[in-house]
Design a binder for this molecule. Structure first.
Ligand code: SF4
Length: 457
């Protein structure tokens, strides 16, 4: 069995499963957020009754993150709906935007978009915050009401996005009926070269198979090249499994996984016990691709889908209006460090927006010093509009006042993960997906640019 099959077999209490089998699996964690949480709660109450209790109040994790820093009153109200439900149910893990458990969330636009408006419990973008807060464990089953839940496959777990109806059912029962996916195998060998990032690996892989090339399939990433990828890199790759239609993405367990998970679980007082899944010799794959990652070059997914692969050096004729770094995929500390490495001492020539995924990342960037400046200061001096209001922001457009949202038909290069028409706002805008390094180099020139021309010595 493949890694995915082994996890699903264990969660289903079976010795073996085959692709295509329908099995009931037990959930270890159900995550929901402000966009899908209210709908999920509605389904849960409708189907299980107004007085029903969630199956396990320690296994439902509630993380508002999407439409937070907006004056849109309905979006603000969604956070209040989550808070009321958490109180009613006694849910342990709620990363509220405000500190007052009896308060109401209200974003105040008069304070501007850049200065922090959240309280001390807020965690930021769910997929980046789940591991930071100690909710991702090897060998477990994570369901989330968000398609990029697959990001947690970086931690050797089965993690997948589900709709509100399924999530309402999981909330009530702790189980879900799943069809076991076939597995596609991506064997990564070699080592990334300077200026090439994990984002380039996944854009390369999706370019090979197309944006629907992995529909309802597991994507297993292994090989000697993985050992040299850090946890953030693996998260970037697993995150975008869904951009090829994948059910989940998954990595092997190793010492890096263990160190990260153990540290984060202890730090946050979450469950520390887990049982990783190891590969076995007999794995059946429906597709195999070996990638020598040392040969990859900075890669871009062109408008209008994540499978439109080109090399950055081939696209120098595309003039840009905007650059954006942020999201679960591209808004991690390591992403901003690489971004800053390219921008340091230079100045962007197009509007450039920076949105860290979580408050912890804001803090990292405001405390990490290069010489006599923090990384945050370096970015601001380079002309990047950096906001402390960590969240999804313009990654999925959002309400019209969302920071960085594309409100006119602009061309934008972005470190985010999805570029279908209208994804970041205006339906006639064009989004080009790239690594943080490529976004930085392109922000310096105003056209799509290979970052290797701008790397410091
Ligand atoms: S940052 Fe973007 S991709 Fe990630 S959860 Fe938010 S909207 Fe989805």
């Amino acid at each position: 069995m493949t890694l995915t099959e082994k996890i699903l077999a264990r969660a289903a209490g079976k010795a073996r499963v085959e692709p295509g089998d329908n099995v009931w699996v037990k959930a270890d964690v159900l995550m929901t957020h402000d966009v899908c949480g209210p709908g999920t709660i509605g389904v849960f109450k409708r189907e299980f009754g107004n007085q029903a209790k969630v199956w396990d109040r320690n296994k439902v994790v509630v993380m508002p993150d999407h439409y937070i820093f907006t004056a849109d009153s309905k979006s603000n109200r969604n956070v209040d709906i989550l808070r009321d439900f958490v109180k009613e149910q006694g849910i342990t893990y709620f990363y509220d935007v405000i500190d007052d458990p009896d308060g109401h969330w209200h974003f105040d636009p008069s304070k501007g978009m850049l200065k922090r408006q959240y309280g001390s419990n807020y965690a930021g973008v769910c997929h980046t915050a789940l591991p930071q807060k100690g909710h991702t464990r090897p060998g477990e089953i994570l369901f989330g009401t968000d398609s990029h839940t697959c990001m947690a496959g970086a931690f050797n777990q089965f993690a997948t996005g589900i709709g509100n109806t399924d999530a309402g059912f999981v909330m009530g029962t702790g189980k879900l009926l799943l069809k076991v996916p076939e597995t596609m195998h991506f064997r990564l060998e070699g080592e990334l070269q300077p200026g090439v990032m994990a984002k380039d690996i996944i854009l390369h892989c999706i370019g090979e198979i197309g944006f629907d090339g992995a529909t309802y399939r597991a994507l297993q990433f292994d090989g000697s090249g993985v050992a040299k990828l850090n946890i953030d890199d693996r998260m970037t790759i697993a995150n975008m499994a869904i951009e090829a239609g994948g059910k989940n993405g998954i990595f092997e367990f190793d010492a890096q996984t263990q160190a990260f998970v153990d540290y984060r679980c202890k730090l946050n007082g979450t469950r520390t016990a887990y049982e990783p899944i190891e590969r076995e010799r007999k794995e059946k794959f429906v597709y195999e691709l070996a990638v020598d990652i040392s040969k990859l070059e900075p890669t871009v997914a062109c408008h209008p889908d994540p499978g439109r692969r080109k090399l950055a050096k081939e696209l120098g004729n595309i003039k840009l209006d905007r650059a954006y770094i942020g999201s679960c995929t591209g808004g991690k500390t390591s992403d901003f460090l690489e971004f800053a490495r390219v921008l340091r001492g230079k100045r962007v020539v197009i509007d450039t927006f920076g949105v860290p995924a979580t408050p912890e990342i804001v803090q990292d960037l405001q405390t990490a010093r290069w010489g006599d400046q923090t990384v945050w200061e370096i970015l601001v001096e380079a002309g990047v509009q950096m906001t402390e209001n960590a969240g999804c922001a313009a990654c999925l457009g959002g309400p019209v006042d969302t920071f960085g949202r594309i409100n006119t038909p602009l061309k934008c290069i972005s470190a985010t993960n999805r570029n279908f028409p209208g994804r970041m706002g205006h339906k006639e805008s064009q989004v080009f997906l790239a690594s943080p390094a490529t976004v930085a180099a392109s922000a310096l020139t105003g056209k799509i640019t290979d970052p290797r021309e701008y790397l410091p010595n």
